[in-house]
Design a protein around this ligand. Structure first.
Ligand code: DHB
Ligand code: FE
Length: 280
């Protein structure tokens, strides 16, 4: 049977992709941010996932305001990246695993999550930047991918509680897949940031550090928050925290925090990182 090896939560800021593209990882601005990642890369080299589920939010590349599913899951043989206007190099397609995708889709729909299935799906910086951060060398990206996309753009957004339950459903889907594969689930987005309006540049360190603790030890404390609470405390784009709650939901009740990192700011955002394993 398939096994959940662990969960990783990370920010996905486009400027990180630009820094990688121009080799700026050791610049004084960037070094303290990139210093967070080697322990997670070492863990990934050891655990070698066969499939990586990326729970992220699209920013207008694949879905736009005219049609915006609350939850969408990829069911394609490959996922292409495309220019979003951030000046990032377009990365080569990421291989999918249609057999695993359809199993996950059947399982979560049976679990009453009526998601949108995507047999074609462009993936944006929220998918590509975390992969570039976690596996800097494209030659070692031997895993297949499964994009799980959550609406954080067009209100109403799914509640933190609903996203946590989706994560639990994803966990059941993984563990009922008959093939003996290792799966890592990555949640990308956050932490606090607001890109527009009067509070542009808003960061809330106290709230972020509380979230880093609660994601590990007491996710239930975050599932009682509303989207309005998240916007108030984390900024309009800080709602991306729901992707972290989804990834966390796939693990059991008790988790071990193997590594965490927090650095402010990266561009307009508080950058956070967590590596979690099931403690059961
Ligand atoms: C930034 C952060 C994001 O999450 C994003 O999707 C785009 C830009 C930023 O801080 O620049
Ligand atoms: Fe974003």
């Amino acid at each position: 049977m398939a096994r959940i090896l662990g969960a990783i939560c990370t920010s996905h800021i486009p400027a990180i992709g630009a820094a990688i593209a121009r080799g700026a990882q050791h610049d004084p601005y960037w070094q303290p941010f990139f210093d967070g990642y080697p322990p997670v890369r070492t863990w990934l080299e050891r655990t070698k996932p066969d499939v990586v589920i990326v729970v992220y939010n699209d920013h207008g590349l694949n879905f736009f305001l005219d049609k915006l599913p609350t939850f969408a899951i990829g069911a394609a043989a490959e996922y292409r990246n495309a220019d979003e206007g951030w000046g990032l190099p377009t990365l080569p397609p990421f291989p999918g695993d249609p057999s695993f995708s359809w199993h996950v889709i059947e399982s979560v729909v049976a679990d009453e999550f009526d998601i949108t299935t995507c047999q074609e799906m462009l993936v944006d910086h929220a998918f590509t930047v975390p992969i570039s951060l976690l596996w800097p060398d494209p030659a070692v990206r031997s895993f297949k991918t499964l994009p799980v996309c959550i609406n954080t753009v067009q209100h109403p957004l799914p509640t933190p509680a609903r996203c946590y339950k989706l994560g639990q459903a994803l966990g059941r889907a993984i563990e009922s897949y008959p093939q003996d594969i290792g799966v890592v689930i990555v949640g990308t987005g956050g932490l606090s940031h607001q890109l527009d309006g009067k509070r542009a540049g808003f960061i809330n360190k106290e709230f972020d550090l509380m979230c880093l603790d609660k994601i590990v030890n007491d996710p239930g404390a975050l599932t009682s928050l509303s989207i309005r609470d998240l916007v108030r405390s984390a900024g309009t784009q800080g709602v991306e925290l729901i992707t972290w709650l989804t990834a966390r939901g796939a693990l059991g009740g008790k988790t071990a925090n193997l590594h965490s990192h927090y650095h402010i700011p990266v561009s307009n955002t508080a950058a956070g990182l967590l590596l979690l394993e099931d403690a059961a």
